[in-house]
Design a protein around this ligand. Structure first.
Ligand SMILES: Nc1ncnc2c1ncn2[C@@H]1O[C@H](COP(=O)(O)OP(=O)(O)OP(=O)(O)O)[C@@H](O)[C@H]1O
Length: 125
């Protein structure tokens, strides 16, 4: 494969990634939940007027959770393909992958509390 940059190859890669995102959104309930939480966080960010740095941190947290969820979905699909029946190793892999999502979500939740709570209090007072 050529190492030179090609616009058409880059465009194809974007199309594949977009198709993956659409498929995941259609089939993964957790991802849809995270997307709704993303929209809510965006709206709240504008309502309480976050600073640029605070807003950037919220975007990083959202990205962290969505990326973790997508990688978890990919790992689950791969596991189901290579080992459709019950298997101890597959259980461990899936549990680890789910733990990564949980950790990302807890991190984002704590950051959200640290950033939003003082803003919400001063907005309400
Ligand atoms: N082939 C398997 N062998 C052993 N344990 C499994 C296997 N598949 C799933 N499990 C166990 O069931 C849990 C849930 O797996 P599953 O693939 O249903 O994920 P999920 O989080 O419910 O995903 P989704 O709701 O997106 O399908 C895993 O974390 C694992 O503990």
């Amino acid at each position: 494969m050529s190492s030179r940059f090609s616009i058409s190859r880059f465009r194809k890669s974007l199309c594949y990634a977009w198709a993956g995102l659409k498929t995941a959104l259609r089939s993964e309930q957790n991802l849809r939940f995270h997307l709704i939480a993303t929209v809510a966080a965006m709206i709240l960010s504008f309502v309480v007027s976050l600073s640029r740095v605070e807003f950037a941190l919220i975007i990083i947290c959202i990205g962290l959770v969505l990326v973790a969820e997508l990688v978890n979905t990919a790992i689950e699909k791969l596991c189901d393909k290579i080992a459709p029946s019950l298997d101890e190793q597959i259980k461990l892999i899936k549990d680890l992958s789910a733990a990564a999502v949980l950790l990302a979500a807890i991190t984002a939740f704590i950051c959200g509390l640290i950033i939003f709570l003082p803003r919400i209090f001063s907005f309400l007072s």
